[in-house]
Design a protein around this ligand. Structure first.
Ligand code: NAP
Length: 231
């Protein structure tokens, strides 16, 4: 049977690359992000644009998927924002928007889809966390907090779902070349001295590795770093 996957943050970077790869693998995809014109345009791909931080949008997205397809096999939580700075001076509006998206919106969507997975008796949630879901560094406290939260949710779910056919995996990348750092004055590859950052293809390889595991195997966490990452 054709597998169905919902990919958030699918208009650029990691989410877009996962969408391209799963399209090639023959999945039925539902892709979402705010920028409709940046989402994959293909007969096999359902484009459902909107702001994931909005409760109403999430309700419509869920209703649409389950009315049209009746089920979902994979949820890829890729949508995310990155706002950094010392806690005393970080931009408060952008920090809270990040927490709303990375934590509240991701938790809400996971909660909703998990109930559907329970009803159908199977499903797989793949979270794009970060190496900063496992360690903190100065100026990244709020972003790391959002990814620590995702790790905590995933680890609790791993235990709550043990023995079922529903699973959760967290991918924990180091620096990946995407639009996430577009507005930075100094790109982290310079400040962190990373000569060869990861590319989205490296993350796709990690995703495909997770998806190809047999039914009795679980990959709860998978960290992937560039060679020069030294903190
Ligand atoms: N790049 C890295 O070095 C790196 C490392 C570790 C983890 N990550 C994580 O990887 C994930 C993907 O990031 P990326 O590197 O691929 O960055 P990206 O290219 O900036 O992609 C971010 C995605 O999130 C979507 N998004 C942002 N705000 C949204 C909102 N309110 N509603 C719906 N969608 C929204 C964006 O789409 P629209 O703007 O069109 O809405 C875009 O598709 C993030 O969770 C990030 O924290 C990235």
């Amino acid at each position: 049977m054709q597998k169905t996957a919902l990919i958030t943050g699918a208009s650029s970077g990691i989410g877009y690359a996962i969408a391209k790869a799963l399209q090639t693998e023959g999945y039925q995809l539902i892709v979402t992000a705010r920028r409709k014109d940046r989402l994959l345009d293909d007969a096999q791909v359902e484009v459902f644009p909107g702001d994931l931080s909005t409760e109403d949008f999430q309700d419509k997205l869920e209703d649409h998927i389950f009315q049209k397809y009746g089920r979902l096999d994979y949820l890829f939580n890729c949508a995310g924002m990155l706002e950094t700075g010392p806690i005393e001076t970080i931009n408060l509006e952008r920090m809270t928007a990040m927490l709303r998206l990375n934590v509240e919106a991701t938790f809400r969507l996971t909660y909703k889809i998990l109930k559907r997975f329970r009803q159908q008796g199977s499903g797989h949630i793949i979270n794009i966390s970060s190496v900063l879901g496992t360690k903190v560094r100065p100026t990244a406290g709020a972003y790391a907090a959002s990814k620590f939260a995702l790790e905590a949710l995933s680890e609790a779910l791993r235990m709550e779902l043990a023995g079922t056919n529903i699973q959760v995996s967290c991918i924990e990348p180091g620096l990946v070349m995407t639009e996430l750092h577009n507005n930075w004055e100094v790109h982290p590859k310079e400040s962190m001295n990373i000569h060869e950052p990861l590319d989205v293809g490296n993350i796709v390889d990690a995703v495909l590795y997770i998806l190809r595991q047999p039914g009795h195997v679980r990959i709860p966490r998978l960290m992937i770093l560039p060679k020069d990452h030294n903190i």
